[in-house]
Design a binder for this molecule. Sequence first.
Ligand SMILES: [Zn+2]
Length: 430
Amino acid sequence: MNNNGLIVYIIGTTAAGKTNLSLNLGIDNYEIISCDSMQIYKEANVMTAKATAAEQAIKKHHGIDLLDLESEGFNRKQWNNMAIQKIEELQSRGIIPVLVGGTHYYIESILFNQENEEKQIIQAAELNLHGKEPYEYLKEIDPLAAEKFHPNDFRRINNSIKYYQSTGQLPSEQIDHHSDECKLRSNNFLILWPKWKKSEDLKKKVSERIHEMLEQGGTEEILRIFERLGNNQKAVGGILQSIGYRQFEKLYQYYKESQLQFPNVDDKFLELRQEGLEKLINDTMAYTKKQIQWIKNRILCNSKIDIIANRLFVLEFESTQTFKEQVVIPAQKLYNLFCQLFQQGKLEDEQFKISSQDIENIPIITPEKIEKYKATQKLKQRNNWKKQECLLCNKKMNGPYEIEQHFKSRYHRINLLKESQLQKKKQKID
Ligand SMILES: [Zn+2]
């Protein structure tokens, strides 16, 4: 991007009020760019929670309805090209782009400058293995890097060898600098993260919303889209694989076989719809966990956290009733403030401290919190790479972070429980 304008991001999980917030930032000098890998599809409106016609009348939305249902979707690069073009266009008209969405790798592709020319050149380079197996060859030149990769992870192994051959540097050194590779594209940004205080309440909201969607046009939309794409091989990687549709494949199969005519359906149909609904709630909740993990891993553990922390706000709320007071009003204040700070050129400064501003009681990310994130980050670093295997779960782990995570995981604990029950049974038999 040539001009270095202010960009606002609204991130967070599904059903956390991102759309609501994006329509209510106060000053009317912005337009919305949706960052959602499903909303790019035309005709998939209800189950993707796309802004309604009424919402689009309030604020202009970009990044939606770009592809036909038959399409396989955008990869990150294609999406990035579209978004950058849109951002530049808006900025050239003096409009602030507000990027809103839950597809975080899309957001990441704008927030961080990932176009690394050197990397591209390396990836395009010829691979010379000197007649050896890639993994064996890598082990010879850089055992530390080899230890990090799975022997079948050919893509990363090959790239590491190419890196060594084109730069003469050790691949393990390169990996060490991974977080520095992700440079912030600009310091002129504000990130707003509306977040449910309790995850039980998020789950309640997710469930409520999915019920509503299915009642209000979602069921017809699912049947219609399956009808259109059911036999289309190309669409397999696209919308039908998306959360919100794939959970209803069985429902559609039954609908077709029994030659029902919606809305005249039978008990079996309703039963299968309920099954899909429950699956969708579970999958959505699993997805929200991933979304939060992404924010933690990619944003809060980023090497640029000191800059980010002064521009990122976690706005926690307890209920839909308190959303306005706990999210909308603080966000409006912040948006107003950041527009001014940007005008004054203050955001450019890496040393900018939000504590120097009067933001009343809006919580900020404190140095203590940053220290905590950094400690987690450190655990993940290469110097700590050590391998361990959990024989119980048959799982290989790299480094203390993965090891710690595994032993804390539900999966491991369940296996542990099963194992102890098995032992007890054996003892009884003996
Ligand atoms: Zn285990």
